[in-house]
Design a protein around this ligand. Structure first.
Ligand SMILES: N[C@@H](CCC[C@H](N)C(=O)O)C(=O)O
Length: 265
């Protein structure tokens, strides 16, 4: 079976994108893991199926690079909005449904603005915060983010005794550059590695920093793959709405994929 695929990236978080409005893509964990594999496949942090959904411009179905269906992906949401715009599925503002509920997105040139799910539960501990922005995020502050061993420390947090038994978490390391300006590196669950950027992670870090430092919206966040901006409204203590994740997302290439009858991994 041969299918056309597209590759998109948003601040270096890259995704294989498939127009699955016919719902014929043969979903299997091993097949998706083999497609995302950086040596044996196309190579990506995840795979996204764009499907039809009644009452919406489209539905986003997101899988992590390990082939498992993930929780919400912020950069993936921005990339799929760009893909839907490239397919001509909407003009102006898109309304789509994802695993964590409804989202709105606007696309102008390279910049995509994605409305994220509201946050009602910010957990603050002595040396870290924990916030679910559609995906679970552990957030800790460091002096020099470039010196952090993100993969080893991130993996200890992800599989550790607190979050491991709950399905794991993504882990973010944050350096405050100046007021309303952060630098973030993220270990991603499901990729089991550091990625160049994590949209739900960046969002969680911006909300955490706004509480810890009393900062107002918007907050600019540097990642390895580029710059994102997070705007928000604080609706009550520790509660946020109108959260907008803004930044570039672009198509990198397209190709055709021969789906083997037996996956290669
Ligand atoms: N890269 C994503 C985060 C994806 C979710 C995560 N890996 C998980 O399932 O926990 C983003 O941009 O938000």
């Amino acid at each position: 079976m041969e299918i056309t695929f597209y590759k998109y990236q948003g601040t270096g978080n890259d995704f294989v994108m498939i127009d699955d409005r016919s719902q014929t893509f043969p979903v299997s964990k091993s097949l998706i893991a083999s497609i995302c594999h950086r040596r044996f496949g196309i190579g990506s942090d995840g795979l996204i199926l764009l499907q039809n959904a009644e009452g919406y411009d489209f539905k986003m179905v997101y899988f992590n690079a390990d082939g498992g269906e993930g929780s919400m992906c912020g950069n993936g949401g921005r990339c799929v909005a760009r893909f839907a715009s490239d397919l001509g599925l909407f003009s102006g503002m898109a309304k789509f449904i994802a695993v964590d509920g409804e989202h709105e997105a606007t696309v102008s040139n390279e910049v995509i603005e994605l409305k994220m799910t509201g946050v009602t539960d910010v957990q603050q501990y002595e040396d870290y915060d924990f916030i679910n922005t559609g995906s679970p995020h552990y957030i800790t502050y460091v002096d020099q983010v470039e010196d952090v061993d993100v993969v080893n420390i991130g993996s200890e947090i992800r599989y550790g005794s607190v979050y491991g038994p709950q399905g794991g978490t993504n882990a973010n390391f944050v350096e405050v550059i100046e007021e309303n300006h952060l630098s973030v590196r993220t270990y991603e669950r499901g990729v089991e590695d550091e990625t160049f950027s994590c949209g739900t992670g960046v969002t969680a870090c911006a909300l955490s920093a706004s509480i810890r430092n009393g900062w107002s919206s918007p907050i600019t966040v540097e990642t390895i793959g580029g710059t994102l901006e997070v705007a928000f409204a604080q609706t009550a203590e520790g509660e946020f709405g109108d959260i907008i994740l803004k930044g570039p997302a672009v198509r990198v290439f397209e190709g055709s994929l021969d789906i083997p009858s037996t996956p290669i991994l």
